[in-house]
Design a protein around this ligand. Structure first.
Ligand code: HEC
Length: 126
């Protein structure tokens, strides 16, 4: 997988969002576009390049049946909630060393919160 070549195009929307976020609050649905190249949410979400993210809050890390996780993720012992997701999205490699999720991280706390609120809207789907 040429993930490294994908990265600049994945990061650009985040950077653009960061530049324009001073006047209006961050929009989780817009922010999720940076995740959507790898992750699906909503009805019929399935594993793609990354696991589907429905019903994420209270879910054990590395536990969806249709995705081949890294040993690091499976053995992390993390249960996803606001706190664990926020730190993971800030710096994935720091929270789960050896994770296959190649993602720079979101430094802005308001953006992480908006993203988590968006993900929470898929909490009742599986
Ligand atoms: C380049 C592809 C890619 C991008 C972009 C990406 N992820 Fe991931 N993500 C992955 C992969 C691959 C995994 C599985 C990692 C592993 O097994 O170590 C993962 C795992 C996760 C997990 C753990 C899921 C579980 O079932 O335990 C969460 C939560 C997550 N990603 C959220 C996000 C969010 C939110 C974004 C956007 C801000 C995002 N990811 C962006 C590829 C990506």
């Amino acid at each position: 997988m040429k993930v490294s070549r994908l990265l600049p195009s994945l990061l650009l929307p985040v950077l653009l969002q960061a530049c324009s976020s001073s006047d209006k609050p961050p929009d989780g649905a817009v922010l999720f576009k940076t995740c959507a190249s790898c992750h699906q949410v909503g009805a019929n979400a399935r594993a793609g390049f990354g696991p589907q993210l429905n019903g994420l809050f209270g879910r054990r890390a590395g536990s969806t049946p249709d995705f081949a996780y890294s040993p690091a993720m499976k053995q992390s012992g993390i249960v996803w909630d606001d706190a664990t997701l926020s730190t993971f999205l800030q710096d994935p490699e720091k929270v789960v060393p050896g994770t296959r999720m190649r993602f720079w991280g979101i430094g802005d706390e308001r953006e992480r919160k908006a993203l988590l609120d968006y993900l929470r809207s898929f909490q009742d789907l599986h």
